[in-house]
Design a protein around this ligand. Structure first.
Ligand code: CO
Length: 145
């Protein structure tokens, strides 16, 4: 069973440009947004916009084989890419999803929050790519607001 909405993933052509409206338009402080980091093993750069109740994950293609390159080519201004819910146990979640007939797109791997993640094909959820993420321990990894 899914828990808390952890973040919404937005794929963009430029993270630095994508940070601006959160400050200039929506009134966040620069300190509400993390520095941009590279995750070459997953073919993305990322940064988090910390909100009182959740996060926005900005992701930008890194490298020619980035899994989000085609998405950004189709959505040149950027666009909503995935929604991430927390689960208590990623392996139990994977097994349960498979048992229910869902299409699990990858074996658990470490995501941007430092905890294991899987993705569920958009066809199983009204066209929305779903990320399931094992709930991070408190005060773990990238700071939440
Ligand atoms: Co994500």
């Amino acid at each position: 069973m899914i828990g808390r909405l952890n973040h919404i993933g937005i794929a963009v052509p430029s993270i630095e440009a994508a940070k601006r409206p959160y400050i200039d338009l929506y009134g966040l402080k620069a300190s509400d947004i993390t520095e941009t980091r590279d995750m070459p093993e997953q073919g993305v750069r990322f940064a988090f916009v910390n909100l009182p109740n959740s996060q926005i994950e900005l992701i930008e293609p890194l490298g020619e084989n980035s899994p989000i390159r085609r998405f950004v080519e189709k959505n040149p201004q950027g666009g909503q890419h995935h929604v991430c819910f927390e689960v208590a146990d990623i392996y139990a979640a994977r097994d349960a999803m498979k048992a229910k007939g869902a299409t699990v797109l990858n074996e658990p791997r470490i995501g941007a929050h430092g905890t294991p993640i899987i993705f569920i094909h958009p066809k199983d959820s009204s066209g929305v790519l779903i990320e399931l993420m094992e709930t991070p321990p408190k005060n773990h990894g990238i700071a939440h607001a």
